[in-house]
Design a protein around this ligand. Structure first.
Ligand code: ATR
Length: 273
């Protein structure tokens, strides 16, 4: 029986086991494959990853706080994982650990329109921001980066530069909110009930018919999402990105077309995350 898992710390809140097991069942693999959550402390990660193939694991998702460490431990990695410097999906095959990053593709897949040529603003400069910036620039969007600590925005901008794209955007400190067709919040603001308009360079009444992606997700729409939707923006929430990245991971492991509707229903039906 091939086994799969999500490795994180903590991980008990993860919706991935319910979502992936529902998908495996819908694909007729419910008897064969199983997906579980494994809580691994950072100092145990390497030993755990090295032991998993011997215990029948075919692959794993990697979540906070292990994405950078998992990438560093891999033997081979996809171009995206290399540029982002983090892995959220591993494959154990041929005695090797292969690293992928489906957070990037998951964001692009969750967008209602292809971002080519769009002016985009990414808020944040952590791992989630790096995946978003790399994904959007690779897709041909012009991506500005804002971060509370502006030096980090500069750093990420320069590190993720050098793609074969002439106009790729800048690290910015002042924002014209209405100038962007796409705004992506990758910061943690809102996760613990903070007022996003007090911490981010956005105005509650500054949204228009844009696309807003808020990676923060809880049990209902975020404050940012509600303000954007009220102004006629199209909102993409963090759960949809979870679904899309999970679908891409499942495709890598099984080679099969993921049942998106089943995965979405399972992810959204869980009250607590
Ligand atoms: P992840 O890897 O999940 O993106 P991270 O590396 O901890 O997480 O990054 C968190 C991001 O949220 C950072 O961009 C951080 O800004 P700083 O670089 O200035 O720390 C941002 N962030 C967290 N709390 C914030 C707040 N209250 N206001 C604005 N930005 C905040």
């Amino acid at each position: 029986m091939p086994r799969l898992a999500v490795l994180g710390h903590p991980v008990s809140h993860s919706r991935s086991p319910a979502m992936q097991n529902a998908a495996l069942a819908a694909l007729g693999l419910g008897e064969e494959w199983r997906y579980e959550a494994i809580d691994v402390a950072p100092e145990e990660l390497e030993a755990c990853l090295r032991a998993l193939p011997g215990e029948g694991f075919a692959g794993a998702n990697i979540t906070v706080p292990h994405k950078t460490a998992a990438f560093a431990l891999a033997d081979v990695s996809s171009e995206g994982a290399q540029r982002i410097g983090a892995a959220n999906t591993l494959v154990f095959a041929d005695g090797q650990i292969q690293a992928h990053n489906t957070d990037a593709g998951g964001l692009v897949a969750a967008l209602p329109v292809a971002p080519r040529g769009a002016r985009a603003l990414v808020l944040g400069a952590g791992g989630a921001a790096r995946a978003a910036i790399w994904a959007l620039r690779t897709e041909g969007a012009i991506v500005d980066i804002w971060n509370r600590t502006s030096a980090r925005a500069e750093e990420v901008h320069l590190e993720l530069g050098g793609l074969q794209i002439e106009v790729q955007g800048n690290a910015v400190t002042a924002i014209d909110q209405s100038a962007y067709e796409l705004i992506v919040n990758t910061t943690a603001v809102g996760l613990h009930g903070e007022d996003p308009f007090a911490h981010l360079p956005l105005r509650r009444d500054g949204f228009s018919e844009q696309i807003l992606v808020d990676m923060v997700y809880g049990d209902g729409p975020s404050t940012l999402s509600m303000a954007a939707a009220a102004a006629g923006a199209t909102v993409v929430d963090g759960l949809e990105i979870l679904v899309q990245q999970g679908a891409l991971s499942l495709q890598i492991w099984t080679g099969l077309e993921p049942p998106l509707d089943v995965m979405r229903a399972a992810a959204y039906s869980l009250g607590d995350r």
